[in-house]
Structure formats: structure tokens, C-alpha cells
Design a protein around this ligand. Structure first.
Ligand code: 3PG
Ligand code: MG
Length: 396
């Protein structure tokens, strides 16, 4: 990566303002953090700073409060988790800008950590407002961007702020760009991309960008229904993206031209309802009942996909292949996750729900790299420039 990083600057005794992405998933009922990997992923940067005597000021967004204070989206729970992991106190500020926060910052000593309150309680954050970015910048002597998960947002704390402070990349940002960059640059072949999740529209640009590089394209999850529909299969009550039918046909043609093998499900699990008590059956794709919907891959598909994946040197996986939130429909996703974990191939796992599955199953350590970015990793792999990365100065 050709960007200046933390190692290129002096941090001892300085107020270092670090943008992190602590937008972690919460349990709907209990409000507990269900996956703290985004917090853990920022530890190398945070520890480096405290060990080098910096005063560490962390800032993050959390959810989508749209410029209002939402109590359920306060960062206190995140500060608490970070403090438990680091075994060191982490203070939480009552806001992210203003005199009170400035006072807290002025009282920091070398090695202390302060987490600012949710940036998105101010509408100015997402608007990329200049005075707001300047108010944030007043809190630090240098700025570190370690929020890969939010690097695709041109927000005040991500890109605008770099106009008002010396700015560098943190270790997580660097690691993400280097790992995901390997997928685009020279993946060892054969290279397979396993894609699932609900929508094709989210992934079209990425698909177009990697099409010439992949040897296998394996499609599962909700998006497989649209591919099947485009090939005139009955897909019952499965949600399809009608506006994507032409795109699907075009992608199929592009895959054919570039010599990539496109694999679709040959059998699926269908259900009458979307809950754990639903009646399910496995049917070949030619026999999907009109009154049921696809909820998972069938066993023959899992074995066909597994066979292809076993021959690959590089695998990129993004998107669950069934409705994995409902345990009974998670089998295909879990079997493929276990397979990937046990292959010798280089395995890259996209962020968002795919990372959650792998983390929840305790398999993250067995993958080559698990991204902390959902949308950000997709945009990066689409060949788009990420505003958070672009705004950082290049190495001289
Ligand atoms: C994410 O989880 O996708 C990132 O934290 C960015 O959040 P956003 O999609 O709400 O901008
Ligand atoms: Mg997002």
C-alpha cells in the first residue's frame, strides 16, 4: 500500500485522533454485542499508540441514527467491551465535539484512551460538513484512519478531516487494502468466487470487475433465485429482483466468454414459512413448488460446490447461501464455511454477514483473511476508489 502509516510518524505524547469502525452487530432483544471482531481488529493500532505514549482519542459511528441522539446507539457498551479486552480503562465522552469533550481531551495523559460518542448523532458527519470536521480536528494533533469498514463513506470524520490534520493509515486499514488487493492483483489459480446473500444489485459491479479473473463463479443464497428465474425455472415465492433479470443474463454470457464456470444450485431446500418451525423439503431446481420459497441449498449443490472449491487455490466468499439467521436454514452456509476452513487454499472472507457466520462458528482463525468491511470490501473489489483511502497522503 502506497499510503503513509502510523509507523511513518511520531506519536509519543501527541493527541492521536483515530477513526475506527466500531459499528458492531447487537442482539435485537438484549442489546448485547454479538460479534466484537471489529473492536478486536483495531487493537494493533490502539496498542501501538498506547505503547508509544500517545493520548488516544477514538471516534466511530454506530448504526444509522440520522443526526439524532438515539439512546440505543450510544457507544458506552462498546467502550466497556474495549476496556475489558484491553484490561485498561476506556473513558466515554458525552459527545464527539464541543467544550466538554475538549476538556476531557486536554486532561488525557500518555497511554490514556477516550472514546467519543457516536459521530452520527450529528447530521454534519454524514453530510461531510467542514466546520464539524474542523471541530473534530481540534481534538487531535494527528489523524489516523483505521476504519476500513467505513472507508467507502465520504464523511466528515473519514475524508474531510484529512484537510485539517496530518493524516495516516492505521494497521487495519493497511492490512485490509493489502489482502483485498491480492484478490484483484494476482490470485493463485484456480480462483473461485462464492457469492450469496439476498441481492445481485449489491454485487453486480464487483462481479463485473472480477469476471476476467475467476475460474469458478458459484452462486447461492437469495440471489441464485434471480439467476434461476432468468433461466426460466419456477422459483415459487422466492424473492427475485425483476430489474436484474437482464443483468443476470448478461453476467452469464460474460462468464461464458471469459471461460469462467458458473455454477448454480441443482437442488434447494424450500419452506412454506420463514421460521424454525416451517415445513421444509429438498427438491431439484426443476421442481420448485409454486407456493414455497427457497431457504437454503440442497445437499447435492453443497457437494457440487465443494468439489469445485476443493480444486481451487484462492477462494473469495461473500454472502450466506441460505437464510442463515434461521438456524434450520443455515446448513448449506455452515457446511461451506467448514469446508473453506479446512482447505489448503488461500481463503478471503467478505465482511458483513459472511464474517459474522465465520466468527460465530469460531472459524475465523482458519481463514486466510476475514474482512471487517461489508460495503467497503465490495466497493474496493468493484475497482472503485474509497474516499477514506484516497484522502490519505501517499508515501513519499
Ligand atoms: C457498515 O457496517 O457497513 C459500516 O460500518 C458502514 O456503515 P453504513 O453502511 O451505515 O455507512
Ligand atoms: Mg453498510
Amino acid at each position: 500500500m502506497d499510503k503513509m502509516t502510523l509507523r511513518d510518524i511520531e506519536v509519543g505524547g501527541k493527541r492521536v485522533l483515530v477513526r475506527v469502525d466500531f459499528n458492531v452487530p447487537l442482539d435485537e432483544k438484549t442489546g448485547e454485542i454479538t460479534d466484537d471482531n471489529r473492536i478486536r481488529a483495531a487493537l494493533p493500532t490502539i496498542k501501538y499508540l498506547t505503547e508509544h505514549g500517545a493520548k488516544v482519542i477514538l471516534m466511530s459511528h454506530f448504526g444509522r441514527p440520522k443526526g439524532k441522539v438515539v439512546d440505543g446507539l450510544r457507544l458506552a457498551g462498546v467502550a466497556q467491551r474495549l476496556s475489558q479486552i484491553l484490561m485498561q480503562p476506556v473513558d466515554i465522552a458525552p459527545d464527539c465535539v464541543g467544550p466538554e469533550v475538549e476538556k476531557m481531551v486536554a486532561n488525557l495523559k500518555s497511554g490514556d484512551i477516550l472514546l467519543l460518542e457516536n459521530l452520527r448523532f450529528h447530521a454534519e458527519e454524514e453530510a461531510g460538513d467542514v466546520p464539524f470536521a474542523q471541530a473534530l480536528a481540534r481534538l487531535g494533533d494527528v489523524f489516523v484512519n483505521d476504519a476500513f469498514g467505513a472507508a467507502h463513506r465520504a464523511h466528515a470524520s473519514i475524508s474531510v478531516i484529512t484537510n485539517y490534520l496530518p493524516a495516516v493509515a492505521g494497521f487495519l486499514l493497511k492490512k485490509e487494502i493489502e489482502n483485498l488487493g491480492n484478490i484483484l492483483e494476482n490470485p493463485a489459480r484456480p480462483f473461485a468466487s462464492l457469492l450469496g446473500g439476498a441481492k445481485i444489485s449489491d454485487k453486480v459491479n464487483m462481479l463485473e470487475n472480477i469476471m476476467g479473473k475467476v475460474d469458478f463463479l458459484l452462486i447461492g443464497g437469495g440471489m441464485a433465485a434471480t439467476f434461476l428465474k432468468a433461466q426460466s425455472y419456477e422459483v415459487g415465492l422466492s424473492l427475485i429482483e425483476t430489474e436484474m433479470l437482464d443483468t443476470t443474463a448478461r453476467l452469464t454470457e460474460e462468464a461464458r466468454k471469459s471461460g469462467a464456470r458458473l455454477l448454480l444450485p441443482v437442488d434447494v431446500v424450500v419452506a412454506d414459512e420463514l421460521n424454525n418451525e416451517a415445513k421444509t423439503e429438498v427438491v431439484p431446481v426443476e421442481e420448485i413448488p409454486k407456493d414455497k420459497r427457497i431457504v437454503d441449498m440442497g445437499p447435492q449443490t453443497v457437494s457440487k460446490f465443494s468439489q469445485a472449491l476443493r480444486n481451487c487455490q484462492t477462494i473469495f466468499w461473500n454472502g450466506p447461501v441460505g437464510i442463515f439467521e434461521i438456524p434450520r436454514f443455515a446448513q448449506g452456509t455452515q457446511e461451506l464455511a467448514r469446508l473453506l476452513a479446512n482447505l489448503g487454499a488461500t481463503t478471503f472472507i467478505g465482511g458483513g454477514s459472511t464474517a459474522e457466520v465465520v466468527n460465530e462458528m469460531g472459524l475465523a482463525d482458519k481463514m486466510t483473511f476475514v474482512s471487517t468491511g461489508g460495503g467497503a470490501s465490495l466497493e474496493f473489489l468493484s475497482g472503485e476508489k474509497l474516499p477514506g483511502v484516497e484522502a490519505l497522503p501517499d508515501l513519499e
